[in-house]
Design a protein around this ligand. Structure first.
Ligand SMILES: C=CC1=C(C)c2cc3[nH]c(cc4nc(cc5[nH]c(cc1n2)c(C)c5CCC(=O)O)C(CCC(=O)O)=C4C)c(C)c3C=C
Ligand SMILES: [Fe+2]
Ligand SMILES: [Fe+2]
Length: 340
């Protein structure tokens, strides 16, 4: 029998200093607005079985065939219309949210960010936190409304990393915050001040949430209910009886039936029925991205104006501005209770 070697600086596990890590996670985005980068991103995203719930034997040939040969070029064009000097808006804004949160939380906490698809990777970001001495990690998927396709797949990915480790950190996850007063108040403050700054008074405020296949609702995914509840609470908190608030779902993908009503159809329908001035907000997105800057602000405008509308505004997401950062700080501090 050999006795285990006594610990030496060489074989001793790295010291963890009891620091707390916070990992903000969003969806992810391509590295560049070109077809190759978009193809790599879409291949990873659309191969996630939490996102497309079709058996791989059926889905992969469709994905590798029709979709990845045509969509990357189209999507790359869309991305190129919203790309900034700091890169993809979603990447730049998520990084800024992490930096702002770090300033607010101080040295006891280390804040990092990661993306579910593309970079920075969740596993690598967790490793960085642990290498810096964190033995407790709060995983914060930046999705107010829970869905298996977003929140759950982030937790799955973090669990994949834990699975490889002998000495795991303690892990907490930020619960969905679709009805949290901090979130509703941040949205009401932020959307309210953006509405006041418009040069016109909208008749309709469209609240556009990302869509999901309708089937997921019947399978028990709370996403649709969470979105509806956010919309109802936000309408109450805005307190603008003159404004008609309409909730829609955007970004339909594939042939299955998606949640309705669809944003693009309602934009055209509102204009045809006589609405002249409309504003659209996307409360489910914590950062502006392709879906808000291109699909809503560019194509949405064309749909509304093209059908007879006169004034159109796409409002900004909470991003890294004050109301949103106040909310994020409050939500994170609450989850860190007992750790801090
Ligand atoms: C089956 C397809 C898709 C499901 C389900 C889905 C759910 C879902 N997505 C978001 C948030 C975002 N999606 C974004 C882009 C995007 N989404 C899909 C498809 C599904 N999304 C695709 C193919 C794309 C890529 C762009 C394109 O080719 O059209 C983004 C923006 C990413 C960016 O780089 O800016 C976000 C954010 C949620 C919240 C959600 C379910 C609730
Ligand atoms: Fe999406
Ligand atoms: Fe889209």
């Amino acid at each position: 029998m050999t006795r285990p070697a006594s610990p030496t600086p060489e074989n001793h596990p790295p010291v963890r200093t009891g620091r707390i890590g916070v990992l903000l996670v969003n969806l992810g985005t391509p590295d560049a607005p070109d077809a190759r980068s978009v193809r790599r991103y879409l291949a990873e995203f659309l191969s996630d079985r939490r996102v497309v719930e079709i058996p791989p034997l059926i889905w992969q040939p469709i994905l590798r065939g029709a979709i990845l040969t045509t969509r990357p070029k189209k999507s790359a064009h869309a991305y190129s219309q919203v790309w900034t000097e700091a890169g993809s808006p979603l990447a730049a804004i998520t990084a800024e949210q992490a930096a702002r949160l770090q300033e607010r939380l101080g040295d006891d906490v280390m804040v990092a960010h990661a993306m579910r698809y593309g970079r920075p990777k969740i596993g690598a970001a967790m490793q960085e936190l642990m290498d810096a001495g964190c033995d407790r990690i709060l995983l914060a998927p930046l999705y107010p409304q829970y869905s298996a396709a977003t929140t759950a797949t982030v937790v799955d990915k973090a669990a994949d990393k834990l699975r490889t480790m002998r000495w795991q950190p303690a892990l907490r996850t930020l619960p969905p915050y679709h009805d949290d007063p901090h979130y509703i108040e941040a949205l009401a403050r932020d959307i309210g001040s953006q509405l006041d700054a418009l040069h016109f008074a909208p008749e309709v405020l469209l609240l556009s949430f990302h869509g999901m296949p309708e089937r997921t609702l019947h399978l028990g995914d709370p996403y649709h209910c969470h979105s509806r509840k956010t919309a109802r609470l936000l309408e109450g908190a805005l307190g603008r009886p003159d404004l008609r608030v309409v909730t829609t779902f955007q970004s339909r993908f594939g042939r299955a039936k998606w949640l309705e009503p669809a944003t693009d159809a309602v934009l055209a329908e509102e204009a045809r029925r006589g609405t002249r001035r409309l504003a659209v907000a996307a409360p489910g997105f914590s950062a502006d991205c392709l879906e808000t800057l291109e699909e809503l602000a560019i194509r949405g405008r064309e749909q509304f104006i093209g059908a007879g509308g006169e004034e159109f505004a796409a409002l900004a997401c909470l991003n890294a501005r004050h109301p949103g950062m106040d909310m994020l700080e409050a939500l994170v501090r609450r989850e860190l209770a007992g750790w801090l």
